[in-house]
Design a protein around this ligand. Sequence first.
Ligand code: C5P
Length: 414
Amino acid sequence: MDLDRPSALLRGKRLVLGVTGSIAAYKAVSLLRALTGRGASVSVVMTNSATKFLAPLTFEVLSGQPVTTGLFEACEEMRHLTVPEGAHAIIVAPATANFLAKAAVGLADDVLSTILLTAQCPLIVVPAMDGGMWEHPTVAEHVRILRARGVVVLDPEEGPLASGQVAQGRLAAEPRILEAVQALLTPQADWLGQRVLVSAGPTQEAIDPVRFISNRSSGKMGYAIAEAARDRGGDVVLVTGPTALRPPAGVEVVPVTSAQEMADALGRHFSWATVVVMAAAVADFRPREQAARKLKKQGRTSFTLDLEAAPDILAMLSAQRTTQILVGFAAETEDLISHATAKLVGKGLDAIVANDVTKEGAGFGSDNNAAVMLSRGGRRKELGLMSKRRLADEILTEVRELRTAGRPSAATVE
Ligand code: C5P
């Protein structure tokens, strides 16, 4: 992994950076820049002694967020409870011997140590201290306790210290800290450098200003794919029909309503993409005409709506593609494999994820899904009932194989 390349590997991650009172506190400024530069949103918490080395304003300006300092002000706002809310990790750098002791025994006499007792997320501790302190049996014991609890403690490095001594006590170098953060938060970065265009959700095809034709798609599968691709290092654009889901952080979200709008938005991003995953449930038919005013009953007992075919977006993109990998979905209620195979070939796709939407506990609206993934060249992978997020990861792993195998010309697609 090239850690010097300012990739956006931490996009969408919320971090708490704890700074304690060591002379190495100035290095936390550069660490903060590196974390935000990788896309993380960082909330800084300083101990009182850290504020003797650096002004909170420095962190405030660079993080773009208020800095939490003294416990009393924090209590007023209950910040010790709200700061870590939704945080993906807490990094304490530099961590003093005093901090290690408090963390090991669970003392909570300032805001940072209190946060540790309220937070559920992983903790990375980067000690920095003088001379023989790191070697002291008490410090070593605290480090052992923390590690046994699953805390990542990075050994300090040997070198000249502020006191003039040469010993093990220097804060771990920034690339090591970043590597630890990335290893913890993005263990798999196999989609780094990929540009992933995902569609999700239903479309709505207007009949008149108040009515539309739509379907039961919740958007959960497409959103899960967008999040998984982001977490694995990809740049993601998510074109989404109307859903009740929260827009994923660190993903460019393009909201659309109709099939035509979805086709236009995907068309605009198509040449940018290296992989397109079409998880949206696009309308196949739409009203030929859209009434400008609300249609009236006017004593009618029946009503016939004249429908025309909506654009088949995948088929359209497939005809325009250069090197993009195209993945479709097939939601079926019968003859799953034969219908999905026909779509794989007919739409000129590299893979299709076929799911039986009549299956109990899977499909529309559910958090789980089961599918069979068919890929060009006759590959077939059964993906039993699992969470949509796990299924998204399985799909991406399968697509990664197709990526590395290269895309054959349309003539060789089976
Ligand atoms: O033909 P069918 O709608 O069953 O194909 C499903 C796949 O094609 C899905 O990936 C869906 O997003 C896509 N599709 C499309 N444009 C349509 C209808 C479906 O791209 N008008």
